[in-house]
Write a protein that binds this ligand. Structure first.
Ligand SMILES: [Zn+2]
Ligand SMILES: [Zn+2]
Length: 120
C-alpha cells in the first residue's frame, strides 16, 4: 500500500475488502476452535488467506492508525513494513536499515572524520 494520506489508504483498503473478503462466518474446521473466516468455505486456501490478511490489516489499521504501514526510509531500500512499535513512529523496515542510513548521514555530514574512523 503506497497511498500517502489516510483517506487514500482507506480507499485502497476498501477496494481490497471488496475484492478479497465475503461476509464473515464462524467455523471450527479441522477441530481448530471457533474462529472467523472472511471467505466462503469452498473457495480454497489462497482466497481464504487473502480474506483473512485483508480483514486483519483493515482491523489493525482502524484500531492503531492508518499511519502504521509504510515504506522504509532507507536510501536503497524499497521494503514496506507494518509498524508494531509502541509509539508508532517507525521509519525503517529493520534496525539494519536504520543503522545503514545513520552511517550514511553521518558520513555525508562529516566526510573527513568519517574517513578517519573508517581507517582505524
Ligand atoms: Zn480457519
Ligand atoms: Zn529497509
Amino acid at each position: 500500500m503506497s497511498a500517502a494520506d489516510p483517506t487514500s489508504r482507506v480507499e485502497s483498503l476498501n477496494r481490497m475488502l471488496a475484492c478479497y473478503t465475503a461476509p464473515p462466518s464462524i467455523t471450527d474446521h479441522d477441530g481448530s476452535g471457533w474462529h472467523l473466516h472472511f471467505r466462503d468455505p469452498e473457495v480454497g486456501f489462497g482466497p481464504t488467506l487473502a480474506g483473512a490478511t485483508t480483514a486483519a490489516a483493515a482491523q489493525y489499521l482502524c484500531d492503531r492508525g492508518m499511519h502504521r504501514v509504510g515504506r522504509c526510509a532507507g536510501a536503497d531500500c524499497r521494503h514496506a513494513f507494518v509498524d508494531f512499535s509502541r509509539p508508532g513512529r517507525q521509519r525503517y523496515c529493520t534496525h539494519a536499515c536504520a543503522n545503514r542510513d545513520a552511517v550514511r548521514r553521518y558520513r555525508a555530514r562529516a566526510p573527513q572524520e568519517a574517513t578517519r574512523v573508517g581507517r582505524s
